[in-house]
Write a protein that binds this ligand. Sequence first.
Ligand SMILES: NC(=O)c1ccc[n+]([C@@H]2O[C@H](COP(=O)([O-])OP(=O)(O)OC[C@H]3O[C@@H](n4cnc5c(N)ncnc54)[C@H](OP(=O)(O)O)[C@@H]3O)[C@@H](O)[C@H]2O)c1
Length: 246
Amino acid sequence: MKNHTFLVTGGTTGIGLATAQLLQADGARVIVTGRNPATLAAARTALGASAVVLASDSASLADAKALGAEVKTHTARLDGAFLNAGLVQFGPVEAMTPQHFDDLFNTNVRGVFFQLQSLLPVLANPSAVVLNASVVADLGLATLSLYSATKAALVSLGQTLAVELAPRGLRLNTVSPGPITTPAVDKLGFTAEAQKGFEDHMAAQTLVKRFGTPLEVARLVRFLLSADSRFIVGANLTVDGGFRLS
Ligand SMILES: NC(=O)c1ccc[n+]([C@@H]2O[C@H](COP(=O)([O-])OP(=O)(O)OC[C@H]3O[C@@H](n4cnc5c(N)ncnc54)[C@H](OP(=O)(O)O)[C@@H]3O)[C@@H](O)[C@H]2O)c1
C-alpha cells in the first residue's frame, strides 16, 4: 500500500476509522471525511499529520458533488475509496417520517452515488472502490425498513456500477457487515437497559455469539482495496459472524 492514497468517507469513527488506520499501518496515505466537528478533531489526532481530514456532509448534495474536486486539491490521484459514511435510524413503520426517509436516503444512497460520480476524474486506472452496505439489505428485520432499503439500494448500485465502471479500470465491490461494535449503536437513542437488551439479542443471532469489531470489517475492506483481490469485481461480501443464517 506504499505510495497509495485512499479516501474513506465517514472515516472519523467506527468501521471507517479502523479502515483508515489499517491502511495507514500498511504505508498508505489516507484522506477521511466526516461531519461532526468533535469527531473530525479526534480523527485528526488519531490519524496524525500525514492524514487529510475533511468536513464533508454526505447528506448534502453540494458537498457530495464537490468531494472529487476537494480531494484533488490534496492528491493528484486516488488509488481507491471506501464509501462508508452512513446513518442508522430505526422504528416501526408508523413512526417513520418524511424526515427520516430523506435523512436516510440522502446520506446512505444519494450521497454515495454523487460522491462516486464526483470522484471518477481523480480515481486512478486501476483503482478500487468499496461500498459499505449491510447484511440487513437482504433480511426482513422489523423496525429497520428504511435503513434496510437504503442498504439494498447500495447493493444494487454495487452491481450495476461495477459493470459500468470496469472498462475504465475501476474495480467496485460491496461489503455487508453484520452487527459491529461502533459508536453507531450509541446514536440510536436507547436507554442503557434497552441498548443492553438490543446488543444481547443481536449477538445471540450470530453463529459466533458476539458482535464483530471494526477491525474485522477493516481487514476485508483493505483486501478489497488491494491488488490481492484483483479478480473480485462486483461482489457483495458478507462479514457478519453468520448473522444472516440464523
Ligand atoms: N455498526 C454496525 O453494526 C454496522 C453494520 C452494517 C453496516 N454498517 C455501516 O457501516 C458504516 C459506518 O458505520 P459505523 O457502524 O462505523 O458507525 P459510526 O461509528 O457512527 O460511523 C459513521 C461514520 O460516518 C460518518 N457520517 C455519518 N453521517 C455522515 C454524513 N452525513 N456526512 C459525513 N459523514 C457522516 C460519521 O461521522 P460523524 O461523526 O461526523 O457523524 C462517522 O465517521 C455505515 O454506513 C453503517 O450503515 C454498520
